[in-house]
Design a protein around this ligand. Structure first.
Ligand SMILES: Cc1cc2nc3c(=O)[nH]c(=O)nc-3n(C[C@H](O)[C@H](O)[C@H](O)COP(=O)(O)O)c2cc1C
Length: 197
């Protein structure tokens, strides 16, 4: 698939509709290589990708369930089961983490986070171009200290998203997209309200 076609046709697919095969071997390497093409101020390489598949998904589910119980000691069995099942919905999860440099003289943390987001989007587009599909999910687990610790992150670091990947069970329904023109303006001079200040 051509690059532009891939970008212009990508749709997220719900994690539960992503089955085998997941990207593996050379395909997964190619997807990860596209992350290396993300814009990266001062070449900090703030990204880290934690691959979770097979039985490791079960252990991640246990971490999610433990994190839930710590956040909400009154969580019922149904809620705990939902967390146990969460990573099992798709065959592959690539967790995109930002290991940020705080107080960098040139690159604020927000820029490092953007770099990791761009890396994530490159991977989503690449997976789609190769015939796979994915979705980026966060939720409470992405911000939970227990989950971060289990993945080897420090408190300052962030989980940008869990990228669930697989092959869609059916062709994703085309989704109506906003008209870019509604979000674009041409700037030529200081906005009037500001100019008056
Ligand atoms: C950082 C980030 C986190 C997200 N987390 C969730 C999430 O936890 N749950 C969810 O339903 N969608 C989440 N989304 C949105 C989906 O990834 C997806 O973009 C959305 O379902 C729209 O589909 P589309 O990508 O085809 O436009 C998140 C998106 C981003 C960028």
């Amino acid at each position: 698939m051509k690059a532009l076609d891939a970008i212009l046709t990508r749709n997220s697919v719900p994690a539960r509709l992503l089955g085998d095969p997941a990207p593996d071997g050379k395909d997964l390497e190619t997807i990860l290589d596209t992350a290396m093409r993300a814009p990266d101020h001062a070449s900090l390489r703030p990204w880290r990708f934690v691959i979770i598949r097979g039985d490791a998904r079960k252990r991640l589910g246990e971490v999610f369930a433990a994190a839930l119980c710590r956040r909400d000691p009154l969580a019922d069995a149904e809620a705990r089961q939902k967390e146990l099942n969460r990573p099992m919905r798709s065959p592959l999860i690539v967790t995109v983490c930002a290991e940020v440099v705080e107080d960098h003289p040139k690159v604020p943390v927000v820029e490092q986070i953007v770099t990791c987001g761009a890396a994530a989007q490159n991977m989503m587009n690449a997976a789609h171009a190769m015939g796979y599909a994915g979705i980026m999910l966060t939720g409470a687990n992405a911000h939970d200290p227990l989950v971060k610790e289990a993945l080897g992150l420090k408190a300052k670091d962030e989980i940008i998203g869990f990228l669930y990947f697989g092959t869609p069970e059916s062709e994703p329904r085309p989704k109506k997209r906003p008209d870019a023109a509604d979000y674009v303006e041409e700037w030529s001079d200081v906005a009037p309200a500001r100019a008056a200040e």
